[in-house]
Design a protein around this ligand. Sequence first.
Ligand code: FMN
Length: 270
Amino acid sequence: MSDQDTKLGAWAKFKALPIDSTPKTLLVAFSLCLFCSMIVSGAAVYLKPVQEANKALDKKKNVLQVAGLYSPDVDIDEVFKQIEIKIVDLKTGRYTDVVNAQTYDQKAASKDPSMSIVLTNDPASIKRQAKYASVYIVPTSDGSIDKIILPIHGYGLWSTLYGFIAIKSDGNEIAGLQFYEQGETPGLGAEVDNPIWRAKWPGQKVYGDDGKVKISVSKNPKPAGEAGRFHVDALAGATLTSRGVDNLVKFWMGEQGFKLFLDNLKNGSL
Ligand SMILES: Cc1cc2nc3c(=O)[nH]c(=O)nc-3n(C[C@H](O)[C@H](O)[C@H](O)COP(=O)(O)O)c2cc1C
């Protein structure tokens, strides 16, 4: 008997098996798995550009929100056009064009050993810090700086929180703070996204008269008068996430973060 006859014989035997036989059941299960995995991976590949575009749009929306330029009826891309993206070298606190501001991905850079440094002093628990940071300049109608939006991130209780802090042109007053990515517990740490808590940030100040970071997220009662401008109430029932936010804000506003850049902004020496 030839090979061909043997194969035909095997196929005929297989076809002759009862519909609920083990080989036929396994074949159906295998075919179904193969088909479904092809659909899922095809959809993942096909939808990746859409997901990336949505992520980019969401980030722009958050920049606009923290800058106070967002409302549900605005065209995000259109409003975002007025914002200038620049790259800051965190070591010098000055602008650099060593990477392309439009395409630079700071989050990816902070995981790339050639684009980041290992932190020995790491209060925000981020392990590595990108050498360059994207900053977003919001202009006034006459073209001078109104606000600067700075990216910040750090560990809360369960997750790394990624967000923005908006600083007024004096390099000190906070115009807003907002996280666009976090995995804290809904109703507890995730209340960092609650507009009522976010509303506690605008008008507060980062640096004291001695130039040191003075802002603090704390469970203590808010001090009266000017001292109260350096205080943000911790979230009730989420002291650990609040401590994370306190740490990360202090880190990014400090010497290892944007302090040098904001000093240069204040001195007009950018
Ligand atoms: C399931 C679970 C989830 C929690 N999630 C958070 C959280 O996301 N952020 C946080 O700070 N505390 C969270 N906590 C509470 C902390 O363990 C801790 O009790 C709290 O931060 C103390 O805050 P308090 O001093 O304001 O009560 C969670 C507790 C439990 C049991």
